[in-house]
Design a protein around this ligand. Sequence first.
Ligand code: 3HC
Length: 300
Amino acid sequence: KRPAGAPDRSLARTVTKVGIVGAGLMAGQLALLVVQRLQVPVVLTDVDEARLAQGVGYVHAELEKLAGKGRLSPDRLRRLSRLVTGSVDKAGFADADLVIEAVFEEMAVKQQVFAEVEAVVGAECVLATNTSSLSVTEMGSRLQHPERVVGLHFFNPVAVMPLLEVIPGEHTDEATLATAFAVGASLRKTCIRAADRPSFVVNRLLGRFMGEAARIVDEGTPIEVVDRAFAGLAPMPPFVLIGLVGPAIALHNGETLVRAFPDRFWASPTLKRVVESGRRGFYDLSSGRPVLDPEVLELV
Ligand code: 3HC
């Protein structure tokens, strides 16, 4: 059954090679999913050579782990591992049909990345953004072909979260949108068409949930009380989830929402202090089980 708002599947272009810009956590997870499900060459790029090597290494190591669990045959492991490579410059994208950017959440950075990608790819290559909250239309606005831009918003952990938000920008054409939905289906995600509004659908919902949780803490209730209050209500309590997505991303999402809908959202000073401190989250996971990080508690 065609997902609501998806164009005719026959308009979709075949994807035989995928480029991923960025080699951070999200980019690595995306590369892993793409190579497993589409089984096409995947090229990662990053301006930072060390991060690039780490990103490619992460994908190879995860494939090894799957093979170790008997989920990939040795033959398939070799084949898939060979398909994932890294390249410091974007020339490796020349014959890609789809490039997904997963770089820092800043409009100017993402626009610059898309301009550089457009300079090397073919006319029909789809440019997708994995932005959490920024405007897809604005991201494509400086391109020669803004009709090839679309949002593909994945969720963490990418391997297991079933949803994919597909976000057409104002100029996105039907072939681009059809390709986006077809790729989502091949990745075995449930695709929804989301409007190009700040934070789309999921992060707008999550923004209320996380924002209110942070507000209760800002008002003086301990984190563990708020997190325990979620027992059985959600798969992850709010402050554990902030650690999973990263406090900086949670804060960025919150700030985007406060700007767009100031009557409904909350920019938490506690979350801001945690981000400014450079901590990865509210919990210390080094012992293997989550323990509230005493240094973060000092900041709260
Ligand atoms: N990578 C790959 N697989 C993973 C994984 C990861 N990081 N984390 C868990 N899994 C797999 C496990 O291997 C296991 O698979 P199996 O059943 O085949 O063995 C399965 O997921 C279940 O894992 P666990 O039993 O260890 O743990 P849980 O049952 O607690 O599930 C969870 C873990 C799926 C992460 C669950 O806690 C959850 O759904 N949490 C909520 C996550 C969420 O809300 N994400 C959205 C964040 S918002 C976002 O990303 C948007 C961005 O823009 C900010």
